[in-house]
Design a protein around this ligand. Structure first.
Ligand SMILES: Nc1ncnc2c1ncn2[C@@H]1O[C@H](COP(=O)(O)OP(=O)(O)OP(=O)(O)O)[C@@H](O)[C@H]1O
Ligand SMILES: [Mg+2]
Length: 214
């Protein structure tokens, strides 16, 4: 897929005055006030099922934060099916998986984007042990270190009903947003996803109903 096609998914950047971009801005504002004054510096985006729009929404929210002059880091923690490198048109030769297997300077894996104050750690090559890497202490340390250098850290994760990765990352984040594709996720599955997040000690701070219209 060409970069120009993918770039269209970053509507918050390409069409900042559109209604959709306005929706992203208001979601950002809501998230900022979601935790009764407690700072939420890292937010994981997840969903019950695959393909509900987590990556698209995470990237656009990140753009909305950057437009509000926050220093933003996007981390692609969907090590099985990465997307952020494509959304931002970046290389994925190294990224989170390399940082977690060969811990070095965080700055080695942080890439600049065309948006000044928005940087990205892409997922990196698909590892053989994604859950283990995400559960590891280096992952906890990486998130803490990222929170020290950025105003907000947006984390893209896999869906939670199939593999444990999403839950693991959600529980290491200050807050989690559950993305639900309108008409796709049955109430019962959404409730199960919410219960899993709560059981896994993740702090649910928001839900987004995504009306995917392909
Ligand atoms: N609101 C929307 N309108 C139109 N297309 C959308 C919308 N949200 C997502 N899409 C499209 O749906 C597809 C899946 O979206 P995306 O990759 O963001 O989902 P995901 O939840 O991250 O998937 P995965 O579980 O595979 O990581 C993409 O092709 C994306 O462009
Ligand atoms: Mg995705």
């Amino acid at each position: 897929m060409s970069r120009s096609i993918l770039k269209r998914n970053l509507i918050a950047e390409t069409h900042p005055t559109s209604t959709v971009s306005e929706a992203y801005r208001s979601l950002r504002a809501n998230l900022e006030f979601s935790n009764r004054g407690e700072a939420v510096k890292s937010i994981a985006f997840t969903s019950a099922l695959p393909g509900e729009g987590k990556s698209t929404i995470a990237a656009n929210i990140a753009v909305a934060y950057a437009q509000a002059n926050r220093r933003v880091l996007v981390i692609d923690a969907n090590l099985r099916k990465p997307a952020q490198h494509e959304l931002f048109g970046l290389s994925n030769v190294q990224g989170l998986s390399t940082a977690l297997t060969k811990p070095g300077e965080l700055s080695d894996v942080i890439q600049r984007t065309s948006i000044g104050n928005l940087k990205v750690i892409t997922a990196g090559p698909v590892p053989s042990n994604p859950s283990e890497l995400l559960e590891s202490i280096p992952m906890t340390n990486l998130l803490e270190s990222a929170k020290g250098s950025f105003d907000i850290v947006i984390i893209d994760t896999p869906s939670i009903m199939s593999v444990s990765d999403g839950l693991v990352v959600a529980s290491k984040s200050d807050g989690v947003v559950l993305v639900m594709q309108a008409g796709k996720v049955k109430n019962q599955i959404a409730l199960q996803a919410k219960a899993s997040l709560e059981y896994g000690n993740a702090k649910l701070i928001g839900a987004v109903l995504n009306n995917v219209n392909r």
